[in-house]
Write a protein that binds this ligand. Structure first.
Ligand code: ZN
Length: 440
């Protein structure tokens, strides 16, 4: 139950969630949650609805598409209070003391311009370029001008990793972190860090909206989430997309000039991206299905454990987690490790354990392909030729390595039976970026 009117600023909430006092507010704006004129559709998520599937008793309807975020129906309208930008003035909000490289500085200045001019822009920066730090100047500009800022990502892990960094950089600013697994309840803050799903509950809230890792599932190719972004941002808001691996759709927008672009091909520490080693392994799939590791893979793992070199072990599917666990046991490998996947209830804790060096390695699905940084790790990909690994996913996975200036290099081992088009494309993309980096 919502009791405080500030929780409605720039939000769209079902009337049923409001306390009786709030329902009486004079300046509250109300619109139907479900649009019944013309084709049945949901005003929160934009989905067109099938009358038969959306039906409730007494000629009422609900949205079955966004139902996981509280039910939208014809019984209760959507309510909102216009975003008032009621934030305490702060001339110097940036508490971060770090320094940017010249190239980062250039991008950072560009971000400020984009926010000033309220543009739509894509910042294409290689993995480990220091994207977050490049935002600080722009965020500081927005905060000092009383603007409301949203930073959203399709991936919950990315949000969880971003939150403490943004908090440390702007220690006087109110910041809220929102995602499906969070226990923190909503409050009105100048910075909102959230999953793209959470944007469904915002309405013309943000003067500045940053979407990090924009090319990834579930955002990429998801009309509902694109609709949510359009609704969450103010009509004249600035929009910044960030990624190391833009998809076709984004590049098309760049081509049509509806999106401006800047490019950063070099990591913050100035070292090149680690290139991948492709190791063809016969009957790899069969071995894993039988719970075994081909000798060259178990030897590689033994070597890493002996060197005390921590690593991520990527597998294509959830079912492989169990099989690889068995295979590791069978091979006589003794080490501290966990398996993790997207719906794993202990996922956040396991990632934290890896971060705190309590594990030698993590066996993971593509869920940890991006947004997560473990300093000084290596990476192994088993069955890199599985179709689940897109070229972008492989580039991101390789990008987990060498992110720290203490150990800017590292191993990226792709085990596969065939060199697929995606593997080749990943290899090409990394080499091309390194070529561009060398030219700088
Ligand atoms: Zn809906």
């Amino acid at each position: 139950m919502i009791n405080d009117s500030s929780e409605l600023y720039g939000r769209q909430i079902s009337l049923s969630e409001l306390s009786p006092e709030l329902k009486q507010l004079p300046n509250i704006s109300i619109r139907p949650a479900i649009n019944k004129t013309g084709r049945l559709s949901c005003n929160r998520c934009g989905s067109k609805l099938k009358t038969r599937d959306a039906q409730l008793p007494n000629k009422h309807f609900y949205c079955y598409v966004c139902i996981q975020m509280q039910r939208m129906d014809t019984l209760n309208p959507l309510v909102t209070l216009p975003e008032p930008n009621l934030f305490p003035p702060n001339e110097q909000p940036l508490s971060w003391q770090g320094k940017l490289t010249n190239l980062q500085e250039k991008c950072a200045t560009q971000v400020v311009e984009i926010f000033k001019k309220r543009q739509r822009h894509l910042l294409w920066a290689v993995t480990g370029a220091g994207k977050t730090e490049m935002l600080f100047k722009g965020i500081a500009y927005a905060l000092s001008h009383g603007l409301r800022i949203g930073i959203a990502s399709p991936r919950v892990d990315v949000c969880i990793e971003l939150f403490p960094r943004i908090q440390a950089a702007f220690d006087q600013t109110s910041i809220v972190l929102l995602h499906g697994k969070s226990t923190q309840s909503y409050k009105y803050c100048q910075i909102t860090i959230c999953t793209t799903h959470q944007l469904l509950r915002f309405y013309h809230a943000f003067d500045v909206l940053v979407i990090d890792e924009v090319d990834v599932f579930p955002f990429s190719g998801n009309p509902m989430l694109h609709f949510a972004v359009q609704n969450a941002i103010k009509r004249n808001g600035a929009m910044l997309f960030l990624t190391a691996t833009p998809d076709r759709q984004l590049l098309n927008q760049v081509q049509r000039k509806t999106l401006s672009i800047s490019y950063l091909p070099i990591r913050y520490h100035g070292h090149l991206l680690p290139e991948i080693t492709i190791i063809k392994t016969r009957r790899l799939d069969q071995a894993i299905r039988q719970g075994q590791l081909p000798p060259k893979i178990s030897e590689a793992i033994f070597k890493l454990i002996n060197e005390k070199q921590r690593f991520l072990l990527f597998v294509p599917r959830i079912i492989d987690l169990k099989l690889v666990r068995i295979a590791i046991k069978c091979a006589g490998i003794v080490a501290k490790y966990e398996t993790v996947f997207s719906a794993d209830p202990d996922r956040i804790e396991k990632v934290a354990k890896m971060r705190h060096r309590q594990l030698d390695f993590l066996i993971t699905t593509t869920i940890l392909e991006r947004g997560v940084t473990f300093p000084g790790i290596d990476v192994i990909v088993l069955k890199a030729d599985d179709e689940i690994f897109s070229a972008a996913a492989l580039v991101q996975i390789a990008g987990r390595v060498g992110r720290n200036s203490d150990r800017p290099k590292g191993r990226v081992l792709f085990y596969c039976e065939t060199r697929t088009a995606n593997i080749k494309s990943c290899d090409r993309q990394i080499k091309r970026m390194n070529q561009r980096a060398r030219q700088l």
